[in-house]
Design a protein around this ligand. Structure first.
Ligand code: ADP
Ligand code: ZN
Ligand code: ZN
Length: 748
């Protein structure tokens, strides 16, 4: 049992940076744990605070340290659970307690709640008539006008009085002082979605949907919390399943959190939830103001809502009666935080659910390899929806070999076949989506003649081009110089593959002069709402062709789209990241899913330099299982997650030399921890680095990375803790900062 407790006195204020240390008295040892609310002496007062850390290290002279008075028993406020969750995140992902706390609890904003003032008449009818006569006699016209109106209405909105009746505020105040009327103030929360009518309409589930719902609700009723992986092709009715589960959760008197990637959190999606659940729903997204955000937090905390929908951060909705967490599109990268603590929403959701005995449902058409692996191991329960609702067939899919196109003299980015189909759709008045896979556009080197990509001989990931004329492997540090000709076929057409959406737009307009073209990419979606506007315009059939990056793959349903072209499927195949094939498979499958959502069946054309790559072939066949089988072998042999666990240690400094020395030191430290620990020794831990990061210098800050690989996640946590201890006592680390990323989602 730890001897000392670090306590945060008031998290609602902005003093998150300060914790105070107290003694844990013997008699309270059993009760004091992370996140409990305690009474402590503070100056001459007794105040309450949250235990955020338990430790055996005294921060100051123990003889002057005061003991905790007692543990608050009456109410367990929701914050204590979120603090415990923050503690878990801190431990498992690496961060300071304050960084973790700020992630889970929004800092109280000084923005005021919107106030609504109402005027109420305090006089009886007789008194009022008498007073009115008096005002009129004295020619107090404003007072008389207000009183007459109040007698008629009984009560009035303050803003109506001052703005419509033109009664000055001083007059209102005057009458209040004379006890003729009173002003009632009620607080109103900002509600991001206003004036909605609940239609109450909902669909009857089909057999497959119902059997999924039955499995989960039966367990819920029996109080068996589980994590489910719902694998269902696009359009198979997953969202309807979620809503049925939420309805059941609410019937049980519990609350639900629904995570949806920000990009898929469209008006359409949100409306489906509002139509069914009305006011009991709230959303969080990055477009909310801080005031709105804080209000949603309060509404959740006060129990005014039952459902919180939002991206990653909605996971921390302060529900007291959490019963269900749904993560839609669970394979999305955005569920991993890019700032410290670099938590994964999936794992964190499972931990939060565990604290509440709540259920977790992970949904996707293309589950992450991580989740499918867990399902195979029996950690998650796999449930499937194998058919589209209304038996709409999946689109047919062809793969075009771009090397062959070049051989046949077609240097356009559009293959002959794609052009042919586009022409056909224009004639029929149907729509086309052209999808440019831009992930990982920087970096890899490929040959346009033969499709060869330069890879690391040791790691089987593509080498990344650095600005010093070298190509480097990010997993082992292997380097070679950039070749002038293709090492495989001798062609000069070897280079970093580059073609932007803008260039494609020009080419499409040139090739199809009559076509109406919309483009959606980072440049055209900078302003607020432009993303929605473009999608809406396309949905309204204001354009024939929509060109875009992965942004266009999600969200809206376009019933008139019958052709999807994937312009260069390879782009994401060669990012120097072991997730490359998984990303590619997901993107291709999702892009294909956009075709033929309406009554017409659709065509999908995948253009690629790697027609024989398993990610392309299995996406064409829409065969997840077969993709997974091949991918998990690759992970197994490459010592990659989910079979192994990976800890990335990112070291940064403005001082190049110091960074070099210190990152070397960290590696030798790590090596000696491993060599002197009997358990770690047995684990075949792999230590890689330090090597330069892909971008070795950003804003004059140098970056080096170290990788640690082992099967045991907890060993990585242990090594992280050791490093933190080591760095705490070492002054040189004031100028070198170190961040941890467990099972990172992208290469560095
Ligand atoms: P997913 O989330 O798997 O992509 P959705 O839940 O969005 O699928 O369903 C796809 C479409 O089918 C939606 O338009 C939805 O309204 C409709 N749908 C879903 N379930 C049913 C059902 N049981 N009966 C009729 N239509 C349904
Ligand atoms: Zn070549
Ligand atoms: Zn390598």
């Amino acid at each position: 049992m730890s001897k000392y407790a670090n306590i945060i006195v008031d998290i609602s204020h902005e003093k998150l940076d300060k914790t105070f240390q107290y003694l844990v008295p013997k008699e309270l040892e059993q009760e004091i744990e992370l996140g409990v609310l305690v009474d402590i002496p503070f100056g001459h007062r007794t105040i309450t605070g949250y235990v955020v850390e338990l430790t055996d290290e005294a921060e100051f002279d123990v003889s002057r340290m005061k003991p905790i008075i007692g543990v608050k028993k009456d109410s367990v406020p929701i914050e204590s659970q979120l603090i415990a969750l923050a503690g878990w995140m801190r431990k498992n992902y690496g961060a300071t307690m304050n960084q973790a706390l700020k992630t889970v609890i929004p800092i109280k904003q000084k923005t005021k709640a919107i106030e609504r003032k109402t005027l109420k008449l305090l006089l009886s009818k007789e008194e009022a008539l008498h007073t009115l006569a008096l005002f009129e006699a004295k020619h107090f016209t404003a007072k008389a006008r207000l009183l007459r109106e109040l007698m008629q209405e009984g009560e009035l909105d303050y803003s109506v009085v001052t703005q419509k009746l033109h009664v000055p505020a001083t007059t209102v105040k005057n009458l209040e002082q004379q006890r003729i009327l009173k002003i009632e103030v009620s607080k109103e929360y900002r509600n991001p979605v206003n004036h909605l009518k609940v239609s109450g309409y909902h669909l009857t589930l089909n057999k497959m949907q119902q059997s999924v719902v039955d499995v989960i609700t039966t367990n819920m009723d029996a109080n068996i919390p589980r994590t489910y992986l719902l694998k269902g092709v696009t359009g198979s009715g997953k969202t309807e399943v979620y809503m049925e589960l939420i309805a059941h959760t609410i019937e049980m008197g519990k609350q639900a959190i629904v995570l949806i990637p920000e990009i898929a959190l469209t008006y359409q999606t949100v409306m489906r939830f509002y139509n069914r659940f009305g006011d009991r729903v709230s959303i969080m997204n990055s477009r909310l103001s801080q005031g709105e955000r804080y209000d949603q937090y309060l509404r959740a905390k006060n129990g005014d809502i039952d459902i919180m929908i939002g991206p990653r951060s909605a996971l921390f909705a302060p529900f007291e009666r959490l019963g269900l967490i749904i993560i839609d599109e669970e394979h999305e990268n955005s569920y991993k935080s890019e700032t410290v603590p670099r938590y994964h929403a999936r794992e964190t959701a499972i931990e939060r659910a565990r604290m509440n005995q709540a259920s977790v449902v992970l949904g996707s058409a293309t589950p992450s390899v991580d989740s499918y692996y867990q399902a195979r191991k029996g950690e998650y329960e796999l449930l499937e929806l194998t058919e589209r609702v209304q038996e709409k067939p999946l689109p047919s899919c062809e793969v075009i070999d771009l090397r062959e196109e070049l051989r046949n003299g077609n240097r356009s980015i559009l293959s002959e076949r794609l052009q042919e189909l586009m022409e056909d759709r224009l004639r029929k008045g149907q729509q086309t989506m052209l999808f440019l896979n831009r992930r990982g556009v920087a970096g890899f080197m490929s040959c346009r003649a033969c499709g060869h990509v330069v890879k690391c001989p040791h790691c089987d990931v593509s080498l990344s081009q650095h600005n010093n004329g070298k190509m480097v492997c990010h997993y082992c540090g292997y380097e070679e110089t950039v070749p002038n000709v293709c090492p495989s076929c001798g062609s000069k057409y070897i280079s970093g593959f580059k073609a932007g959406t803008q260039k494609i737009e020009e080419m499409v307009k040139q090739r199809f002069p009559g076509a109406r073209v919309l483009r959606m990419d980072f440049d055209t979606t900078r302003t607020k709402d432009s993303y929605e506007q473009i999608l809406q315009a396309f949905a309204n059939q204001e354009a024939d062709i929509l060109i875009g990056t992965q942004m266009i793959v999600k969200g809206h349903d376009f019933p008139n789209v019958t052709l999807v072209g994937v312009l260069a499927a390879d782009m994401s195949l060669h990012v120097s990241d072991f997730h490359a094939a998984e990303r590619t498979f997901q993107l291709l499958t999702q892009a294909a899913g956009r075709a033929g959502r309406g009554d017409e069946t659709g065509d999908v054309v995948i253009q690629t330099y790697n027609p024989e790559h398993y990610a392309v072939l299995t996406a064409k066949a829409q065969d997840y299982e077969s993709f997974y089988e091949q991918e998990i072998m690759y992970r197994q042999f490459g010592f990659y997650p989910p079979v192994w666990n990976l800890l990335l240690v990112m070291c940064t400094s403005e001082q190049e030399k110091l960074l070099e020395v210190m990152s070397e030191k960290l590696v030798s430290r790590l090596q000696s921890y491993i060599d002197t620990d009997e358990v770690l020794q047995k684990e075949r831990i792999q230590l890689v680095g330090p090597t330069d990061a892909a971008i070795a210098k950003v804003n004059d800050v140098y970056r080096k990375i170290i990788y640690i690989k082992t099967k045991e996640y907890k060993s990585l946590v242990l090594l992280k803790d050791r490093l933190e201890d080591y760095m705490k006592d070492n002054r040189d680390f004031q100028n070198v900062s170190v961040q941890f990323d467990f099972n990172p989602m992208s290469g560095f």
